[in-house]
Design a protein around this ligand. Sequence first.
Ligand SMILES: C[S@@+](CC[C@H](N)C(=O)[O-])C[C@H]1O[C@@H](n2cnc3c(N)ncnc32)[C@H](O)[C@@H]1O
Length: 283
Amino acid sequence: MEEKNENLNKKVAAWWDDNPFVYSFEKKEVAPNVDFFREVDRKFIKWTPWGQRDMRPLSGMIDYNKLRDKKVLDIAVGTGWSTEQFARHGATTTAIDISPKAIDLTKKRFKTFDLPEPEALVADAQNMPFADGTFDFVLAWGCLMHMPDTEKAIREIHRVLKPGGRMAAMMYNKNSLHWWYYIWLSKGILRGKLLSMSAQQLANRYTDGVYQGGNQLTKFYSRKDIKKMFSMFNSCKVRVYDTTTPIDHLPHRRVPMGSILPIRFKNYLTKKLGQSLWIEVQK
Ligand SMILES: C[S@@+](CC[C@H](N)C(=O)[O-])C[C@H]1O[C@@H](n2cnc3c(N)ncnc32)[C@H](O)[C@@H]1O
C-alpha cells in the first residue's frame, strides 16, 4: 500500500478502535454484557428494517440455514452481531476487523452468550492472512467504503473465495438523497461547507460518527462504480435499499412534507435513491 494510504489506514483503524460501531448516534458506553449486545442487535434491526425477515439481524438478506457447515468469513465485524448469527447457524466462521477493540468485543459477545470462542482476529481486509480459495461465503457489511484501497479489498475477497463462492456487502449509494440532498446540497452548498471542505471531507464528516465530528474515511459509490469494481466476479447483483424516512423528511426533518406523498411513490423513490447498496457477487 502506498504511504499516503498506509497513513490513512492507520488513522481509520485508530478511529474505529476509539469509536466502536454500536448503532447509536450518540457516543455510547461500551459495557459488554447481554443488554449491551442485544441493544446493538435491536438497533441494527431498527435501522435496517429492509434487511429483516425475523428478529435475527439480516435474516431477510442472508439465508443463514444454507451456511451450515460452510466456511464463512465475516469482514469488519464491529461488535460481532453477524458473526454470532453465522456461528449459531453452524457455519465455520472466521471474523476479522482492523480494530482490536472490535475483535475483543466479538469474543466477549460469544462469551456473554456461552458460545464457543470464535476464530476472530485483528486483520486488514486489504491484505488478508488467508490462503486462496478458503471460504464459501464472505460478508462485508458497511466496511469496504471505509478502506483507503477498496479495490484491493475486493481483489482480496475474490482471492480468498472458493470458485463458486459468494460475497454479500453493504456500501453507501452515491446516487441517493442522503448524499446529494442531505450532505452535498444541504451542508455543502446551502450551509457553505464546500467553501472550506472537499466533497470527501463532507462525506467523512456527515456519515458515520456524525456526533463525534465525523470519521476518517467514508466513500459513496454509484451502482455503475460497483459493477465495475466487482467485474472480476462471474455475477454481480446490486440493489438499493432504505427506509422511507429520508423522503418523509423532505425538505427538512422539522418540515416533513415528504410524509404526505403516497406510500407507493415513496417506495418507488426509495428503490432509486435509498442510501444502501446491497451487493451480491459470485466467483
Ligand atoms: C461502520 S463499522 C461496521 C461494523 C460492523 N460491520 C457492523 O455493522 O456493526 C466499520 C468497521 O470496519 C472496520 N474496518 C475499517 N477498515 C477495515 C479494514 N481495512 N479491514 C478490516 N476492518 C476494517 C472498522 O474497524 C469498523 O469495525
